[in-house]
Design a protein around this ligand. Structure first.
Ligand code: 3Y8
Ligand code: NAP
Length: 247
């Protein structure tokens, strides 16, 4: 057995630790989006494969027998390539994808389908807005320059921003107290977020509820059907290994 983990988020790191503990031969893969990604307890590769064909070639040349797509729910292109490359090479594929956040009593969510709709959903009157969607997809907010934006990136910005904004550089995971403090001191009036799920970035959603702030929540991209589980233990069972996590 030789597993390829398409990683890049906290759940993939938890999986890598279990796979290393089980002594399974595996490779961890980052897309190369951040300057210093977290170390993993497995041999690690960084960067794209070169599309579906590049991934299929990698699977063949590295004699990969199982692929685990443990990427972020919004890493849709990588997930689609994994489905196609595994079909082409006849390689078993499983997706480890955490559950979406679910609106709780007291949450004020404006649910939208993509980042353009999120920008359109912002009010016209100038406000302090926290864009908690990283660096890659902020351009649509240039259509509403009247707002005072706070952004949060993993690494300092390398290029000029498409609009005036204050950038917090932090890779998370984030705490409730930290989110409350940041939103209060900046007088944040609304938040834009992706429905990433998981605990690492959930604190901003809880802080918004406590402060009675609206969250413009971007729903996940649709992906083709594939075997999908929500826990590391289920992936380990799929690999034929029991895990110390039980189940
Ligand atoms: C490179 C690996 C961990 C580390 C942190 C989790 C938590 C923060 C949710 C906010 C939302 C956001 C962003 C986010 C989440 C965790 C986890 C998670 C959101 C790292 C990581 C990589 C990336 C890539 C980066 C994106 C960016 C997105 C910041 C490592 C830290 C906003 C997504 O500058 C860039 O190009 C950054 C790009 C893709 C989205 C964007 O478009 O900017 N993640 N995030 C992965 C790779 O190269 O393969 O550097 O160690 C991992 C983490 N991201 O393990 O706990 O739940 O896992 N990351 C979003 O949800 O909208 C932060 O700020 O509240
Ligand atoms: P994406 O748009 O779905 O993928 C674009 C291209 O990036 C892919 O086609 C592939 O290039 C390369 N790529 C992406 N993830 C890769 C991986 N794990 N290993 C090798 N190549 C990868 O990807 P994204 O949304 O930018 O996410 C990039 C990485 O950041 C992923 O690892 C993801 O888990 C992590 N991440 C993303 C988000 C987010 O909000 N999107 C949040 C947290 C973490 P080729 O076509 O050349 O193979």
């Amino acid at each position: 057995m030789r597993a390829l983990i398409l990683g890049g988020i906290a759940d993939a790191s938890l999986l890598a630790a279990e796979i290393a503990r089980a002594g399974i031969d595996a490779v961890y893969s980052y897309g190369g989006r951040t300057r210093a990604p977290a170390d993993q307890p497995l041999p690690t590769r960084i960067g794209g494969f070169g599309g579906v064909s590049g991934l299929a070639d990698y699977i063949r040349s590295e004699r990969i027998t199982h692929v685990i797509d443990a990427t972020h729910p919004f890493a849709a292109e990588m997930s689609r390539h994994a489905i196609d490359a595994c079909a082409e090479t006849g390689t078993p594929l499983i997706a480890l994808e955490r559950a979406s956040w679910v609106k709780a009593p007291g949450d004020i969510w404006i649910e939208v389908g993509d980042v353009n709709a999120a920008a359109a959903a912002l009010p016209e009157a100038p406000a302090n807005v926290f864009l908690a969607i990283g660096r890659q997809h902020i351009a649509p907010f240039a259509t509403k320059p009247q707002h005072a934006y706070t952004l949060r990136f993993v690494d300092p910005p390398e290029a000029p921003l498409p609009f005036a904004a204050d950038v917090i550089v932090s890779r998370g995971p984030f705490t409730l107290d930290g989110e409350l403090e940041m939103m209060r001191t900046r007088g944040i009036a609304s938040i834009v977020a992706r429905n990433s799920g998981g605990d690492g970035a959930r604190a901003k959603i809880d802080a918004a509820r406590i402060l009675g702030l609206p969250v413009i929540m971007i729903s996940r991209p649709k992906l083709p059907e594939r075997l999908r589980v929500e826990s590391v233990a289920e992936v380990m069972q799929w690999l034929g290994h029991r895990t110390c996590l039980g189940a």
